[in-house]
Design a protein around this ligand. Structure first.
Ligand SMILES: Cc1cc2nc3c(=O)[nH]c(=O)nc-3n(C[C@H](O)[C@H](O)[C@H](O)COP(=O)(O)OP(=O)(O)OC[C@H]3O[C@@H](n4cnc5c(N)ncnc54)[C@H](O)[C@@H]3O)c2cc1C
Length: 609
């Protein structure tokens, strides 16, 4: 008998298992034998805008994604470097073969995790007593976490060719769709796609623009050194589509499964295929194509920006029209995959089914897209399934404290009509929810879980040092003529606090604070210097935003009893129907729900004030 069975060994499943295993429970991951653990079927990278924040949150809560990304990192970059610190994010190009091998090795070392490489054929049971039937056996368990990605009624398309399965090379008949139909969880059909993989020797690199790693990028894992690299670093290369590329695509519209009616699933608006770009923007011919390394151990590269499901002969023509790719040889053709997603409004913020105790869902099957989103949900489901097993209070991350909290609340409050991706604009509190302060934000949550792990000393010291140095910064005053100010050509009109000096728009706050600490002989971790300096820089804005948010949050966090609302005469019948279906727990959740009319919302708010 297992305490928790996780179905699926993708990014959600791995994070769920890794977190749950820290509670000393007996965990199984049951996953398809022909799919690598934590494999990357699309872009070979971890992080990015909004997503880098999630990876750091996972890492600071004791998860594994950040560590794996560092160990397999072959290029490190800071995105949005020209923009404000709040929206800067780390992106790591990974060696996807190493990443998957490392993930399996790390999990295999944990003695209470059992990796079972079999297909799950069926699920039965209810309320903390489930059976999972696989090709060779039946496993009993108290909790199940379902993380089956794009495999629920998955169908792949390349031109007219259609194959049943969740990803290239894994054609299999989906056996779990009956279970999902029985529990009436399927909410819709989404699609995603991937570009062709090109033989790396067939590219004319001299015709492309080289993009090297940035020189200074903080590792994801807090215990890895700044700029610590574990593998040889590789460059990416940039090229562009042109009028000939787009003409080929536009001339073959009737052969595109996305536009000839063959594909029904809805794709991610923020990750369009090259067909989408060609037909939706008929006046634009030039689009970026980043040639990204996939692995030291593979002879292929990933051309980011041209995901496609066009027929093979058209894919050949498209690539050979692009500078540097004229002689390119395709090793694996691009394809789109359509798959079913579930109704996440039937889940609570722990990701447990509201009516089926002990059944949790995480990852792409919940209608999200992206490795980081999947891992963030896996972490939440894994921790909560474990806490429920040992009879402890649930673990909820708030949306004003974390990107993971934003994502979970968005997911459980609305049925999605397109794949959900995280980006900074989804977050109301993004000046505060930054990469640089993830440890400060997450450490209290981690502590509340009572888990002992290797980051604990570092975390506790970091929080202590932050408070200490913050105090020094706010209580240090420098006057005109002070040697530090003269040496660094900093002007002040009167005696001014170091905190105010760091806000001067002409100064780079991180460099200035680092110089000041050197000047007074304070030996401070560079990561902490960054967090302190950026915190000071945004201090005024955050305080202002916080005072607005505080008022809003008071209302948003108000617990509501949705059953009471059914009796109200001031709430419309349609709104009641939606409330009854979603069973929101807080006012904030009702506010996020689609179709709740302002008058009904005002009536509900009125009952709380
Ligand atoms: C073609 C394609 C293109 C994509 N494009 C992008 C993109 O551009 N950008 C982006 O961010 N993301 C993209 N993704 C999505 C990304 O791969 C996922 O978001 C991420 O991998 C989801 O993680 P997951 O853990 O939810 O599922 P997956 O990583 O898909 O893992 C699912 C797991 O479930 C297992 N499984 C399924 N059925 C069974 C069964 N019956 N029994 C046992 N095990 C089972 C599989 O073995 C697999 O390990 C793409 C995915 C695909 C397939």
């Amino acid at each position: 008998m297992f305490d928790i069975v996780i179905i699926g060994g993708g990014h959600a499943g791995v994070e769920a298992a890794y977190m749950a295993s820290q509670f000393n429970l007996k965990i199984a991951i049951i996953t398809l034998p022909n799919v690598g653990i934590a494999s990357a079927p699309c872009n070979p990278s971890i992080g990015g805008v909004g997503k880098g924040q999630v990876v750091r949150e996972i890492d600071c809560l004791g998860g594994i994604m950040g560590k794996l990304a560092d160990l397999a990192g072959i290029q490190f970059r800071t995105l949005n470097e020209s923009k404000g610190y709040a929206v800067q994010s780390t992106r790591v190009q990974i060696d996807k073969v190493r990443y998957s091998i490392n993930a399996e090795e790390q999990l295999s070392k944990i003695k209470n995790i059992f990796i079972i490489k079999e297909e799950v054929l069926g699920i039965s049971g209810s309320d903390d007593m489930y059976s999972v039937r696989t090709t060779c056996s039946t496993w009993n368990t108290k909790k199940i976490i379902i993380t089956i990605g794009t495999f629920l009624s998955g169908k792949m398309h390349t031109g007219l060719e259609q194959t049943i399965g969740g990803r290239e090379g894994v054609s299999h008949t989906d056996t779990l769709s009956d279970f999902f139909r029985d529990i009436k969880m399927v909410a819709g059909r989404f699609k995603t796609g991937t570009p062709a993989r090109i033989n790396k020797q067939s590219i004319e690199y001299s015709l492309l623009e080289e993009q090297r790693s940035d020189s200074h990028v903080e590792s994801f894992h807090v215990l890895h050194g700044t700029n610590e690299r574990f593998l040889e670093q590789k460059s990416c290369y940039l090229t562009y589509t042109n009028s000939e590329t787009m003409r080929i695509i536009r001339d073959n519209k009737e052969r595109s499964p996305l536009f000839n009616g063959q594909i029904d699933g809805v794709g991610a608006r923020y990750c369009p295929s090259i067909e989408d770009k060609a037909y939706r923007y008929p006046d634009k011919d030039i689009h970026h194509v980043f040639i990204e390394p996939e692995s030291h151990e593979l002879n292929t590269v990933y051309p980011s920006g041209i995901s496609t499901s066009l027929p093979r002969d058209i894919q050949d023509q498209v690539l050979s029209s692009i500078a540097g790719l004229k002689k390119s040889k395709i090793e694996v053709y691009g394809y789109a995959v359509e798959y079913d997603v579930i109704d996440t409004t039937r889940l609570g913020r722990t990701l447990e089914h509201k009516d089926k105790k002990g059944l949790y869902f995480a990852g792409q099957v919940n209608g999200t897209s992206g490795y980081e989103e999947a891992a963030g949900q896996g972490l939440v489901a894994g921790i909560n399934a474990a806490l429920s097993n040992i009879g402890k209070k649930e673990f909820i991350l708030d949306r004003d404290e974390s990107y993971i909290g934003v994502m979970i609340e968005d997911l459980v409050s609305n049925i999605r009509d397109e794949p959900y991706r995280l980006f900074t604009a989804r977050c109301e509190n993004r000046l505060y929810i930054r990469e640089d302060n993830a440890l400060l934000r997450m450490y209290p949550y981690r502590k509340s879980l009572g888990l002992a792990m290797n980051i604990d000393n570092y975390g506790a010291n970091y929080v202590k040092a932050f408070k200490l140095y913050l105090n020094i910064i706010t209580s240090t005053y420098l006057s005109t003529g002070h040697k530090f100010l003269l040496d660094n050509k900093i002007n002040v009109l009167r005696r001014t606090s170091l905190a105010e000096i760091l806000k001067q728009s002409s100064l780079e706050p991180i460099i200035t604070l680092e110089k000041y600490f050197n000047y007074v002989g304070i030996d401070c971790d560079l990561r902490l210097v960054r967090t302190l300096a950026v915190t000071m820089k945004y201090d005024g804005y955050i305080a202002k935003a916080n005072s607005h948010l505080e008022k809003l949050n008071k209302l948003n966090k108000h617990k509501i009893n949705w059953e009471d609302l059914m009796a109200s005469e001031n709430i419309s019948f349609e709104c009641k129907q939606r409330i009854e279906r979603i069973k929101p727990e807080t006012f904030g959740q009702i506010k996020l729900m689609e179709g709740i009319r302002p008058a009904s919302l005002a009536a509900i708010a009125g009952t709380l004030l």
